[in-house]
Design a protein around this ligand. Structure first.
Ligand SMILES: *[C@@H]1O[C@H](CO)[C@@H](O)[C@H](O)[C@H]1NC(C)=O
Ligand SMILES: *[C@@H]1O[C@H](CO)[C@@H](O)[C@H](O)[C@H]1NC(C)=O
Ligand SMILES: *[C@@H]1O[C@H](CO)[C@@H](O)[C@H](O)[C@H]1NC(C)=O
Ligand SMILES: *[C@@H]1O[C@H](CO)[C@@H](O)[C@H](O)[C@H]1NC(C)=O
Length: 612
């Protein structure tokens, strides 16, 4: 049974412009037809539609052309819910939902692309395009349901560009996005350096590229747009009539044909990265399952927390569909997140990440350097390592650094008291790499099977170019060299005992200097000699599983997996300067760990640390 309902009037009727004002801006925003083809997207539709609904764009200037078929999940139900609640707000919704046909003939998986599927999809896209022409839409926005336009300004920003064809650059869990920067002679993807520059927003703006897909805004008022097509036969016909050589001989693939068709008509395709428009799921391959998509969703939601502070909420009527992964301790005894009570915003963000990623972590209030006093330190028997001074600032430890040390130290003490065998200690300003949960468990299992380990860095900064031998029989572990940071590490009970046995409170030094001393990879022999037993077995995950959030100190910094895994340590003068500024950077933004703080008298440690 085919249903087709058109709400309201045709868009043509609203194309009447009110004139007589000298405003620079158009008086009414242009009309947009959103062309949406859905197949098996029950897991992304609620987010997709919720974010679309939140666009800061008058709904009366938006129409939908919506088709859903060949689905065997709840896509149609979810769309129907949206139609019931939201369709009336838009200028028009033209839809056909076909619940009967649940798959393509002979396909073994819904992630396969038999020719019949291409044919069907191309016919639908042509129909949507024609519909856009018929209703005189200013723009047609071809959109897939695995796109999350989290920026409310997406539609406004894109339409204002007034480009013939433009795509909002979308971020994925990896380097995948909805554009190509290079195309081979035979119409396939070609790697370019420019791609990463655009993807990582090393340059910002709108850039002509050979291919955009998945979220593509087409300006219907642009001359020559009307002759564009998704259909290979029509393209070749057009090229022939224009006597364009060579004729297209590539695959009958909708996105490639459309790109070539635009190029043949002299129309550039642009990718825009002016704002963080939103996110995209990487398409699944025939061997994949829905689980792969669900895991991608977890990763993307983690990115949203990092970039946006939270996952934007779903529409009320979809709230019951929200699913979070079950929480896990990653096969460890406990997971602690150290956070200063006066930084509740960081705690909140971390707790959201734990929710989204499914990590069962406990809050561990940090020892606040601001509340430490010399008296209190004396009471605890704290003495500093003779001759210690910060190698870059040439000053003694700050109260912030002391607080940091005591926070970590008190967890080691607790481990011994409670007999906790393996604990993950996290700081509160970190970014988890995609697949953190799975990779953490994998790394832990490798470590347990390979060595009697004491400590595993999940995140760190290498400070020296030195060999780091791989751990035998463990693909993702190396023996750690001199490293900074204590963003996240696993420590065993045996490791905690070794660290405490060194009596570090009597020779205090920043915690991220202390650890390398204890595994005997610290370059300063004078300091090393202060700790005679340096037999900590310290490994590092390779690649790392987490990074600091503001690694570059840039608020618009977007995760950069590829670059951040390559650790370039330069030993030249410049390298020295970089190391210095790196340490500064980390600890400057961790102000509680750096700023030279005056010792204040009279305040005591928070209760939770008094057992020290
Ligand atoms: C499906 O498989 C059958 C048997 O191999 C074949 O006859 C038919 O043409 C196939 N259908 C399509 C659409 O490929
Ligand atoms: C579009 O196609 C028609 C028919 O093939 C042709 O007459 C017209 O010149 C084309 N327009 C452009 C801009 O190429
Ligand atoms: C068409 O493609 C060629 C080859 O990639 C390119 O040089 C040219 O700039 C493109 N034309 C437009 C209008 O994008
Ligand atoms: C070790 O640190 C001390 C104190 O900061 C310094 O005087 C000494 O030169 C350092 N030694 C080496 C080998 O770097």
């Amino acid at each position: 049974m085919k249903k087709q309902v058109v709400f309201g009037l045709l868009l043509a009727s609203v194309l009447v412009f009110i004139s007589g004002q000298d405003d620079d801006d158009y008086l009414e925003p242009p009309t947009v037809l959103i062309a949406l083809l859905v197949r098996n997207k029950a897991h992304t539709l609620p987010m997709f539609l919720s974010y679309l609904e939140q666009q800061d764009y008058p709904k009366q200037r938006i129409a939908f052309w919506l088709r859903c078929d060949h689905s065997n999940d709840d896509s149609i139900d979810i769309l129907q819910t949206w139609l019931e609640h939201s369709a009336d707000h838009y200028h028009a919704v033209n839809y056909v939902l076909e619940p009967q046909v649940r798959s393509y003939e002979n396909e073994s998986s819904p992630y396969e692309w038999p020719a019949s599927r291409f044919k069907h999809l191309i016919a639908l896209k042509e129909e949507a395009f024609q519909y856009g022409r018929n209703i005189w839409a200013d723009f047609v926005f071809f959109l897939d349901a695995d796109v999350f336009l989290t920026s409310k300004d997406s539609l406004k920003t894109l339409t204002r560009l007034q480009l013939p064809i433009v795509a909002p650059m979308l971020i994925s869990e990896s380097l995948y996005s909805n554009f190509w920067c290079g195309m081979t002679e035979d119409y396939y993807y070609r790697r370019t350096d420019e791609y990463k520059e655009i993807y990582h927003v090393k340059k910002q703006g709108s850039f002509p590229v050979p291919m955009v897909h998945t979220a593509v805004l087409v300006n219907m008022n642009h001359k020559a747009i009307r002759n564009l097509t998704f259909d290979k036969n029509k393209l070749v016909e057009m090229q022939r009539s224009r006597q364009q050589e060579p004729l297209y001989d590539g695959p009958a693939d909708d996105i490639i044909v459309f790109a070539i068709s635009a190029n043949s008509s002299g129309i550039p395709l642009h990718i825009c990265n002016d704002i963080i428009f939103g996110y995209i799921l990487q398409p699944l391959e025939p061997g994949d399952s829905l689980d792969n998509d669900l895991q991608q969703l977890v990763n993307i939601r983690g990115l949203m927390v990092n970039d946006l502070g939270a996952v934007p909420p779903l529409l009320d009527y979809y709230k019951n569909l929200a699913k979070k992964p079950e929480k896990s301790k990653l096969s460890l005894d406990r997971i602690f997140m150290i956070n200063l009570k006066r930084r509740p915003e960081r705690r909140e963000k971390m707790e959201q990440l734990f929710e989204e990623l499914g990590i069962e972590a406990e809050y561990f209030p940090a020892v606040d350097g601001k509340e430490l006093t010399t008296d209190r330190l004396q009471e605890m028997g704290v003495r500093f390592l003779p001759g210690y001074e910060d190698p870059y600032h040439h000053r003694a430890m700050t109260m912030g650094e002391i607080g940091c040390f005591l926070s970590h130290y008190s967890i080691w003490v607790m481990m011994v008291r409670k007999g906790l065998k393996e604990v993950l200690i996290l700081e509160d300003d970190i970014r988890f790499e995609p697949y953190f949960r799975q990779n953490a468990v994998r790394v832990l299992n490798q470590a347990r099977g390979a060595v009697n380990y004491d400590l595993i860095y999940f995140g760190r900064k290498r400070l020296k170019e030195e060999s780091e031998p791989g751990v035998t029989n463990a693909d993702n572990l190396v023996h750690a060299g001199y490293s900074y940071w204590t963003l996240g590490y696993v420590i065993s009970l045996q490791g905690a005992l070794k660290l405490l046995a060194a009596k570090p409170l009597h020779k205090l030094i920043p915690v991220d200097e202390f650890l390398p001393l204890m595994f005997d990879r610290h370059p300063n022999n004078t300091w090393s000699e202060a700790f005679p037993k340096r037999n900590l077995v310290a490994l590092s995950a390779s690649p790392l599983l987490l990074y600091p959030i503001h690694y570059t100190g840039d608020s618009s910094y977007i995760s950069d997996t590829e670059d951040s895994q390559q650790i370039n340590v330069d030993t030249s003068e410049e390298g020295e300067a970089r190391l210095k500024s790196d340490r500064e950077q980390v600890f400057v933004q961790e102000e509680e760990c750096t700023l030279d703080q005056q010792l204040k008298l009279g305040e005591s440690l928070p209760k939770s640390h008094q057992e020290l």
